[in-house]
Design a protein around this ligand. Structure first.
Ligand SMILES: Nc1ncnc2c1ncn2[C@@H]1O[C@H](COP(=O)(O)OP(=O)(O)OP(=O)(O)O)[C@@H](O)[C@H]1O
Length: 593
C-alpha cells in the first residue's frame, strides 16, 4: 500500500512538475467530460416539454444539451492536444530518469541475475504507460465522477434503475480479479519476451554473425524466437478468452434484466404510473449505465497498469538506493597505499549460482608490487578483479584498502583511483582519440596524453594504420568508420587503461589474449615501466594472465584453483617448489619450444 501511494505521488509530482499547464488542461477536460452525465436529464426534460408543449422546458433542455456538449467538445480538443504533448514530455522525463538510475547502479548484479533481468524487462515493456500515468488516473477519477452523476440522474428518474446499477456491480468487483490476471500475464510473459528480444538482438550482432552463418543457426534461432514469442503471448491470449467470457455473461445478464425493467416501466407508463420524462431518462440511462460499467472496468485497468509501471519505477529507485547504501561508504581512498590491499577470508558466490566462485581467500598485496594471478579457466581470477573494483561485494569476509574496508569506501572515489584493461573490454565506436581518451575524462582533449597512453599500451601501430590518425571514426557501422581487428581493439582498450597516470590499482585482466607475440613483448616492457611508476606511487599492479612469459617478471605469483589459493610466491620459489605452478609453467614452456 505504501509503495502504491509512493507510486501515485511519483506520477503526480513528476507530471505536474514537468508539465504544469498541460496537467491543468487535462484536469479541465476530465471535469468537462463529467458534464455529459447530465445529458439524460436534458433528454427527459425535452421529452416532457414536447408532450406538454412547454416551450420553456424545451428551451431549457436544448440550451442545457448544447452547453454541456459544447463545453465538453472545446475541452476535449484542448485536452487531447495537451495530453499528447504531456505524454511526450513525461515519456522523455521518465526515460531520462530510468537511464540515469540504470547508469548509477554501482554493481553488475542487475545485468546478470535472471530474476532482476526479468523484472527490468517487464519494466521496459510497460515503461511507456508511465507517460500517460497521470491521465489514466484522471480518467479513472473522471469515470467515477461521471458514473456517480449518471447514477443520481438515473435513480432519481425511477428507483427500478437501481436494479441495473446493482447488476453492473459484479463486473466492477471482478475488475480486481482481472487486474490481478493482467499482473500475472506480465509476470509470466516477461522471461519469454526477454529471451525473444535478446535472440533478435543476437541476430543483428556483428560478433555473432560469422558463427550464425557458419553453423547455419538462423533457422534454429528463428524457431526459438517464434517459440518464445508464442510463450510470451500465450498468457495474453488465454486471458483474452477469460475476459470475453466474463464480459459475455455480464452483458447477457445486464441486457436481459434491462429488457425486463424497461418492459415493466413501459407497462407503468401506459398505465399512467410513470411519466414520459422518467421513461425517456430511463431509456437514455440504460446505455449510459452499461457504458459506465465498461468505463469503470477499462479505466481501472488502465490506471492499474500505470500504477504497476510506477510501482516498478519505485522498485528500481529503491533497488539503486539499496545497492548504493550497501556498496558505498563515505570514506575516501588514501592518496598513496602504505599498507596495501588485503583480502581477508573473502568468499563470493554469484547470484543464483550453486557454488562459490571464491572461498575463504586471504591474500596480501603490498604497495608497489606486481602480482600475477594465474590458474585454470574458472579458477576465480576475473572474479577477484571485479571484487577489487567494487563490481560486487564479498558474500563474506572483507577487502581492506590500506586498512579501510572497501565497503566503507566511496566506491566512485575508489574507482577513480583504479584503472586497467579488462578481459571483456568494450569496443567504443567513437574517434580513436575519444576511444582512448575515455580512460581519463578530464584529459580527453589532451592529444599528448592520448599519444603517450597509446605508446604505453603498445598501440602506436594501431594509430599509424588509421587514415585520419586520432580523428579516425572507428566502427564500420558509422559513416567513414574504420574496422579494427580484435587485437587492435584490445590495444586501444589497454591504452585507455593507461590514461590514468596515478592509479592505486592497475588491473590487467588478460590484456594480451588477442595480441601477437611481438606486440606482447613490447607491451610487457612498457608495462614494467608503467608498473614501476605505479609502484613508486604506492600503487599495485594486478596482472591476470595465462601466459607465463609475463608471470616470471612479477614480484609475486598467486596460483588460484577453485576459488582458493593453491600456492603463491616468486616465480623462482614456485618453480623450485615443483607444485601446480611448476607443472603449468613446464607445460607451456614445452608448448612453445
Ligand atoms: N556472472 C556470473 N554468474 C555466475 N557465475 C559466474 C559468473 N561469472 C563467473 N562465474 C563463475 O565463477 C567462477 C570463476 O569465474 P572467473 O571468471 O572468475 O574465472 P577465471 O579464473 O577468470 O576464468 P578464465 O580464465 O576462464 O577467465 C566460475 O566457476 C564461473 O563459472
Amino acid at each position: 500500500m505504501k509503495t502504491t501511494l509512493r507510486a501515485l505521488w511519483l506520477v503526480f509530482a513528476t507530471t505536474v512538475r514537468a508539465s504544469p499547464l498541460q496537467s491543468l488542461l487535462c484536469l479541465a477536460e476530465t471535469a468537462s467530460r463529467a458534464l455529459s452525465a447530465l445529458n439524460p436529464l436534458f433528454y427527459g426534460l425535452f421529452a416532457s416539454g414536447a408532450v406538454r408543449q412547454d416551450a420553456a422546458m424545451l428551451l431549457a433542455a436544448v440550451v442545457g444539451l448544447i452547453c454541456t456538449t459544447a463545453v465538453r467538445m472545446i475541452f476535449e480538443i484542448i485536452g487531447t492536444s495537451a495530453r499528447l504533448r504531456q505524454m511526450d514530455t513525461i515519456g522523455f522525463v521518465f526515460q531520462h530518469r530510468i537511464a540515469k538510475i540504470m547508469g548509477s547502479i554501482e554493481t553488475l548484479d542487475h545485468q546478470e541475475s535472471p530474476a532482476l533481468l526479468d523484472k527490468l524487462q517487464m519494466f521496459r515493456d510497460y515503461a511507456g504507460s508511465l507517460a500517460g500515468a497521470l491521465n489514466s488516473i484522471l480518467g479513472l477519477i473522471n469515470t467515477v465522477v461521471w458514473s456517480a452523476t449518471s447514477l443520481i440522474v438515473a435513480i432519481t428518474a425511477d428507483w427500478r434503475l437501481i436494479i441495473l446499477v446493482l447488476l453492473g456491480l459484479p463486473r466492477i468487483l471482478l475488475t480486481r480479479m482481472t487486474v490481478r490476471w493482467d499482473q500475472e500475464v506480465e509476470d509470466e510473459g516477461s522471461p519469454h519476451n526477454r529471451r525473444a528480444n535478446e535472440l533478435v538482438d543476437l541476430c543483428h550482432r556483428v560478433d555473432a554473425g560469422a558463427e550464425i552463418r557458419v553453423f547455419g543457426l538462423a533457422p534454429e534461432l528463428r524457431r526459438i524466437i517464434r517459440r518464445s514469442t508464442r510463450q510470451w503471448q500465450l498468457p495474453t491470449i488465454r486471458k483474452a478468452g477469460r475476459y470475453m467470457l466474463v464480459d459475455l455473461i455480464n452483458g447477457l445478464v445486464y441486457y436481459g434484466a434491462a429488457a425486463a425493467v424497461l418492459g415493466w416501466m413501459i407497462i407503468d407508463t401506459f398505465a399512467g404510473r410513470v411519466d414520459v420524462q422518467a421513461i425517456t431518462i430511463a431509456i437514455t440511462a440504460l446505455g449510459t449505465l452499461q457504458v459506465m460499467t465498461s468505463n469503470i472496468v477499462g479505466t481501472t485497468k488502465w490506471a492499474a497498469q500505470s500504477i504497476r509501471s510506477a510501482t516498478r519505477f519505485v522498485w528500481l529507485q529503491d533497488y539503486a538506493r539499496t545497492v548504493h547504501d550497501r556498496f558505498t561508504g563515505d570514506r575516501k581512498p588514501p592518496p598513496k597505499l602504505q599498507i596495501g590491499i588485503r583480502f581477508e577470508n573473502v568468499s563470493f558466490r554469484y547470484a543464483g549460482a550453486t557454488r562459490n566462485a571464491i572461498t575463504d581467500l586471504t591474500l596480501d598485496l603490498a604497495p608497489g608490487q606486481v602480482v600475477a594471478l594465474v590458474g585454470e579457466n574458472g579458477a576465480g581470477k576475473s572474479t577477484l578483479v571485479k571484487l577489487l573494483t567494487g563490481m560486487y561485494a564479498p558474500t563474506s569476509g572483507r577487502i581492506l584498502i590500506d586498512g579501510i574496508d572497501l565497503a566503507d569506501l566511496d566506491v566512485t572515489a575508489w574507482r577513480q583511483r583504479c584503472t586497467g584493461a579488462f578481459q571483456d573490454h568494450a569496443n567504443f565506436e567513437f574517434t580513436a582519440a575519444e576511444t582512448v581518451g575515455l580512460g581519463a575524462l578530464d584529459r580527453m582533449e589532451d592529444t599528448d596524453a592520448i599519444k603517450r597512453a597509446l605508446y604505453d599500451g603498445a598501440g602506436e601501430n594501431v594509430l599509424k594504420a588509421l587514415p585520419n590518425g586520432l580523428a579516425t571514426q572507428l566502427g564500420t557501422r558509422w559513416p567513414k568508420g574504420i574496422g579494427l581487428s580484435g587485437g587492435q581493439w584490445q590495444r586501444l582498450a589497454i591504452a585507455r587503461g593507461m590514461m590514468r597516470r596515478r592509479p592505486l590499482l592497475l588491473a590487467l585482466d588478460e590484456p594480451t589474449s588477442a595480441l601477437d607475440a611481438a606486440t606482447e613483448n613490447a607491451l610487457f616492457e612498457r608495462y614494467a615501466a608503467a608498473t614501476r611508476e605505479t609502484g613508486r606511487r604506492g600503487g599495485i599492479t594486478l596482472l591476470v594472465t595465462h601466459r607465463f612469459s609475463t608471470v616470471a617478471a612479477a614480484d609475486t605469483v598467486v596460483v588460484l584453483s577453485n576459488g582458493q589459493i593453491a600456492e603463491s610466491g616468486t616465480h623462482t620459489y614456485l618453480l623450485r617448489r615443483q607444485g601446480a605452478y611448476a607443472e603449468l609453467y613446464g607445460l607451456q614452456a614445452r608448448g612453445y619450444s
